[in-house]
Design a protein. Sequence first.
Length: 116
Amino acid sequence: MGRTLIYLSILVLAVFVLAAAFLLQTGDESLSSPAAAPVSVHDLSVAPQAHTAERIVTTGVLRLIHEPDDHFLVTADGLGVIVRGHDEAVLRALDGQTVTVTGRFGYDAESVARAE
């Protein structure tokens, strides 16, 4: 009886640890979230309405542009989208590097396209 209780406690603890690790790994995305669609920065820049509210993944060079003081993911030909919703210190450390961003894409006709 005592041995069974110990093994049961170890099993419950193991399940708890695995569940916690899984939740930490998936972050704030739910299990029913659609997979992120790969989209180029070029496509996001020239046709942002086509990707509004989609989960996207895109790659480009991260640049800090002082006017309007935002971080942009840019292409070689100067097209870009704003990157928001990330730690400012991390973005500053990655300035000038090629990065891959995954997140929900938004578009404001009065502003510019952005990935959050």
